[in-house]
Design a protein around this ligand. Structure first.
Ligand code: HEC
Length: 162
């Protein structure tokens, strides 16, 4: 009696396993398309994120890429504050388009030789690391930086920005 009982449980087990693997096999046939579908939606999520990045304002680009080192105003973090930079670039370049070109060129490939701040700032803060950003974003954040000029924080061309 006992034996029969466990035998039939065994048999049920086999049937169940077979049924389960049949279901599994069935699902195995399909996933290609559903996997494709989730890949496609992943791709569009990534594309949407890229679009968002492209649509970031100068202020948002600053917050995301520059604020860790550049405070808006004194006291300085590990780099000259933005209002000091805006003041310095006005003094050195006099117009927005030349200043933006200089900032973009500097940020792509920082070089003491093309610094608008000069050796004292670089001695104090060290040379800025290159920014891995698109030209468009670099131009946008530079234009935004130029616009942050505040006469109350005019450094008179001193540029080191306390
Ligand atoms: C890891 C820290 C760090 C980050 C991040 C950073 N900077 Fe700087 N930046 C510095 C330091 C340090 C200096 C001062 C020394 C120098 O000029 O290289 C500087 C200098 C500058 C200058 C003056 C360059 C010159 O003529 O000497 C500009 C303009 C500037 N940063 C803009 C930005 C902008 C815009 C961002 C964000 C897209 C940014 N920085 C991100 C550290 C940083």
């Amino acid at each position: 009696m006992e034996k029969k009982c466990s035998m039939s449980r065994f048999a049920v087990g086999i049937v169940l396993t077979a049924a389960l693997s049949a279901t599994y096999a069935c699902q195995q046939d399909k996933p290609a398309s559903s996997e494709m579908r989730s890949l496609t939606s992943l791709n569009s999520a990534v594309a949407a994120e890229n679009t968002t990045a492209a649509a970031m304002t100068g202020q948002e680009l600053y917050t995301a890429n520059c604020a860790v080192c550049h405070s808006m105003r004194p006291p300085a973090k590990t780099a000259p504050p933005v209002v000091g930079l805006a003041s310095r670039f006005r003094t050195v370049y006099g117009n927005k388009s030349d200043a933006v070109d200089a900032m973009v060129s500097f940020m792509k490939n920082p070089d003491a030789g093309k610094s608008a701040l000069g050796p004292q700032a670089i001695k104090r803060f060290g040379l800025m690391p290159a920014m891995a950003m698109s030209d468009g974003d670099l131009e946008k954040v530079s234009g935004w930086l130029w616009d942050q000029y505040d006469p109350d924080f005019d450094t008179g061309g001193g540029g080191n920005c306390r």
